[in-house]
Design a protein around this ligand. Structure first.
Ligand SMILES: O=C(O)CCC(=O)C(=O)O
Ligand SMILES: [Fe+2]
Length: 268
């Protein structure tokens, strides 16, 4: 590092509103850990400094033409079809997700997104909230930092995440739509309980989900492995632009090939 470049800690303080979110204060992470355990989700309003949100929005908008827009379909479990079940079984029900995204290798190395993702104090803050000793980046070059784009009519359909938790940062909010909807404790991935009846009731609109209102600059930490969730279609000419930061509790883990092909259109 040359003498003129700021330390990771100084850089982090310039990105995060440290007055409201002193990431190195264990009282904050402990309180948030409790809130996450209770609610399954936490939303930190104004987490990014406003100038950082604005600059990242500009940067992301400039990268939009590199985004891969998925044409494929997926089931809610993000797995291949089970040929032993009928096509109309809820396990095999195919949903369309039309949002686009860029991958980690397409994010400029000097971006504040990379500085935030890599900052040890940020990782420790998140690790403490989710109850892990340490957090690690994905082993594949695509999955750690993604920027999602959803123009008019584009959406992310119902799914459960592969990962235990995800961190998102909204950069640009559409005029309407683009709502993050979710329902907690729908399946139990660890126990192999897939809850076909519960999932079907949601897909058929018989169960009303919760809705999380978020503004640009908000950090959301969400436990999405057992909570089914979606983002409704964007309405209007302003794209929804959102960053996903993904970590693992163990080193050397790559995102599943099915999920990579579905959302990125390539494996590496
Ligand atoms: O766009 C969002 O707010 C959520 C994204 C999400 O659920 C995912 O990337 O798995
Ligand atoms: Fe998700």
């Amino acid at each position: 590092m040359d003498a003129s470049s700021p330390s990771p800690q100084d850089r982090l303080r310039a990105i995060v509103d440290w007055g409201n979110y002193p990431l190195d204060d264990p009282r904050l992470s402990d309180a948030l850990a409790e809130q996450l355990a209770e609610d399954g989700v936490i939303a930190l309003d104004g987490f990014l400094r406003p100038n950082v949100t604005a600059a990242l929005r500009e940067q992301a908008a400039g990268l939009a033409d590199k985004a891969y827009f998925t044409n494929s379909t997926h089931n809610v479990y993000l797995t291949p079809k089970d040929e032993a079940r009928d096509d109309d079984h809820v396990f095999n029900r195919q949903l369309v997700s039309s949002k686009g995204c860029i991958t980690t290798d397409q994010v400029p190395a000097e971006s504040d997104l990379v500085a935030l993702y890599d900052a040890p104090a940020f990782r420790q803050f998140i690790a403490r909230i989710v109850g892990e000793d340490a957090l690690f980046e994905y082993a594949d070059p695509l999955s750690s930092i993604n920027v999602h784009y959803a123009g008019a009519g584009k959406e992310l359909n119902w799914h459960f995440d592969n990962s235990e938790f995800a961190i998102t940062l909204l950069l640009q909010k559409p005029e309407d739509g683009g709502r993050f909807e979710y329902l907690r404790d729908v399946r139990d991935a660890e126990a192999g309980e897939m809850n076909f009846d519960g999932v079907e009731a949601i897909l058929d609109g018989r169960t009303t989900p919760s809705f999380l209102p978020i503004e640009p600059g908000t950090l959301v930490l969400f436990r999405g492995r057992n909570a089914i969730h979606r983002v409704t279609p964007t309405i209007g000419d302003t794209d929804r632009i959102l960053v996903v930061l993904a970590y693992n509790s163990k080193p050397g883990i790559a995102l599943s090939e099915t999920a990579r092909m579905t959302f990125f259109g390539r494996l590496g």
